[in-house]
Ligand binder design. Structure first.
Ligand SMILES: [Zn+2]
Length: 603
């Protein structure tokens, strides 16, 4: 076996170039110290926001400048840590950046509270009279929106002081999962012993073609989870209770209303996504499960089999250079400005490709002001990697255009929209790869890759969303949320969804223990919104071309300067109309058709 490199041994061209943020670590140190020195300066605006619009405008301007500098300092430390989490220097730098972040938050928290304490109508009046404030309209209007839910200054201060305590369910969950949870070793079909962990289960064993290994891993995983079910049931129950109580205190009709208000999403759209997708996508996914059961020769399909590979020996090889070319060509339809961003990302060390000890797993994209987005993947010379890169470049392209055309305060948008640009790129590049080849096996492989994306982001995450939806209803009625309640409701949802095609056993009922998402508000369902928008736009690009692309580029440039439903509308997608959702669901149905037909021919 090839020895895994340590970070220092990795050739520089396989790593991202953090010097694009700070030329040297010393420069980073200098900026860290300078920000700490400049923070108290924000105090000059304290107590002044009631004096007029220009004071507020100046204050927001100064805060944004500091935020930008802070983002850069934190990004530098955070990216270094993702490159090698075992390096004590990286850990120490991250710790320092984080405490500076906390200090900055404390130093700037008065802005929000002071602005929200202004007499009713003041902020609206400021906006009407001040040109300088206009570019902060979005920030100010969001404050206006929040105002009816703000409590007295004394209470807000108390809640803020308890902030860390209120975050404890998430902390307990993640730390316990990372450090305490242990799983028994497992054996494969040849009798070899393998170590077992959360990440190994989800990233490797669950997708293994070795039946014995997959089933043993599932058994070990379930046993390991079971030992913590009451702990995690309590942490989740506490998290839900926190939202229910906070929503009541702040005068929202329910926790769900409060959490959606933060995302600027109306409850009707939220409910429609769950109702339409889960009901209409289920028959397609059951068909896919049935095919899997037949092809794999399974007597019984367990929850651990739903991602077992159907053609494990086929993994089209590629190199980074040819994958980069495919991505460029696949995304060329998005025009010159976009193509330049794609080229920069692929060729100018925006991407960390290396595989080294201590590097983060998975893939992500991290935007850095006055630099560029950074993308982390572990490149393995296969075509799957090209699709993953195309996806992350979707986030990067969005980030670059938003930062180029919007001020920093307007860059970040609602999670409701986040996955739209990434799925579009995945589909564009997937379609391009398909168009270059007449090999039916490759076409089938592509359909299965895209189904993996939809299964993960459209189905799994929305089932999580459904669990949240039902759990919050129970909690609002005063039902304590415990492990047994969560397992029961999880089981009901999975039974309804799989309709007998998959056996819902104890391991399946415990899947609620697997996700940190449940501690991030109503996050899981938001993937389905992004995928709905992205799939509809990708289809329209294919059918109508230029006019749709022009609208889409405008949307990317708008960043977070508009609420997500308006962004979708700009792109031609009405989220209040189930037709858009059905476009995405039908697309998944077509992918399943492709796979089913292809296997029917070969078997
Ligand atoms: Zn993504």
């Amino acid at each position: 076996m090839k020895k895994r490199l340590v970070r220092a041994e990795v050739p520089a061209e396989l790593t991202w170039n953090l010097a694009d943020i700070f030329a040297t670590k010393a420069e980073w140190e200098g900026e860290l110290a300078a920000i700490a020195r400049d923070l108290p300066g924000m105090g000059r605006f304290k107590g002044k926001l009631s004096t007029g619009a220009s004071a507020l405008a100046e204050c927001l301007e100064a805060a944004e400048q500091l935020q930008k500098r802070l983002h850069r300092v934190i990004a530098y430390a955070s990216l270094a840590l993702s490159g090698d989490g075992t390096d004590p220097a990286n850990q120490a730098a991250m710790g320092r950046a984080q405490s500076l972040g906390a200090e900055a938050q404390a130093a700037m928290s008065f802005i929000r509270s002071e602005a929200l304490e202004l007499p009713p109508g003041t902020l609206e009046g400021y906006l009407a009279e001040s040109e300088a404030l206009k570019s902060f309209a979005r920030t100010v209007l969001r404050m206006v929106d929040e105002k009816p839910h703000v409590l007295g200054p004394e209470t807000e201060r108390t809640l803020a002081a308890l902030g860390e305590v209120l975050q404890s369910p998430y902390l307990v969950y993640t730390r316990s999962k990372a450090a305490d949870m242990a799983f028994a070793d497992i054996k494969d079909s040849e009798g070899n012993t393998h170590p077992m962990s959360f990440a190994m289960y989800e990233e490797a064993y669950e997708k293994s073609s070795d039946f014995v290994l997959r089933r043993n891993a599932y058994a070990s995983f379930t046993e390991g989870l079971k030992k913590y079910q009451n702990t995690y049931g309590t942490t989740w129950g506490t998290e839900v209770k926190k939202h229910v109580v906070t929503a009541k205190l702040r005068g929202y009709p329910s926790a769900t209303h409060m959490l959606l208000h933060q995302q600027e999403v109306d409850p009707a759209s939220y409910h429609m996504l769950h109702d339409v997708i889960l009901k209409e996508i289920a028959p397609h996914m059951r068909r896919y499960a049935k095919l899997r059961k037949e092809l794999l020769g399974l007597k019984e399909m367990l929850y651990c089999d739903i991602e077992a590979p159907l053609d494990p020996d086929f993994s089209p090889a590629t190199t980074y250079a040819s994958a980069a070319e495919v991505i460029q060509k696949g995304l060329a339809v998005l025009g010159d400005e976009y193509a330049a961003i794609v080229g920069d990302s692929l060729n100018n060390r925006w991407i960390d490709l290396a595989d080294n000890v201590g590097k983060s797993t998975g893939a992500f994209c991290y935007g850095v002001p006055d630099a560029h987005p950074y993308i982390l993947v572990t490149w393995a010379d296969n075509m799957r990697g090209a699709l993953v890169l195309a996806h992350e470049i979707g986030h990067a392209g969005h980030g670059v255009l938003a930062m180029r055309y919007q001020r920093l305060s307007n860059v970040r948008g609602s999670v409701f929209f986040t996955e739209a640009p990434s799925i579009i790129n995945e589909l564009l590049v997937g379609n391009y790869i398909a168009a270059q080849s007449s090999d039916p096996r490759l076409h089938r492989w592509l359909a299965m890759q895209l189904l993996m994306t939809y299964h993960h982001n459209f189905v799994r995450h929305l089932i999580e969303g459904e669990l949240q939806r039902r759990t919050y209803v129970l909690a609002e009625k005063g039902q304590p949320i415990t492990a047994s309640v969560l397992s029961r409701v999880q089981g009901e949802i999975l039974e309804e969804f799989w309709g007998g095609e998959v056996t819902i056993d104890e391991g399946a009922r415990l899947t609620w223990m697997r996700q940190p998402h449940f501690y991030m508000g109503l996050y899981p369902y938001s993937y389905s919104a992004g995928l709905t928008i992205g799939t509809a736009v990708a289809k329209a690009i294919k059918e109508e071309g230029r006019p749709v692309i022009d609208k889409w580029l405008e949307v990317l440039k708008t960043g977070g300067a508009k609420p997500p439903v308006e962004l979708a509308r700009m792109a031609g997608v009405e989220m209040g109309d189930p037709a858009a959702i059905r476009t995405a669901v039908d697309y998944v149905g077509e992918l399943v058709d492709t796979v089913v037909k292809s296997f029917a021919k070969t078997t």
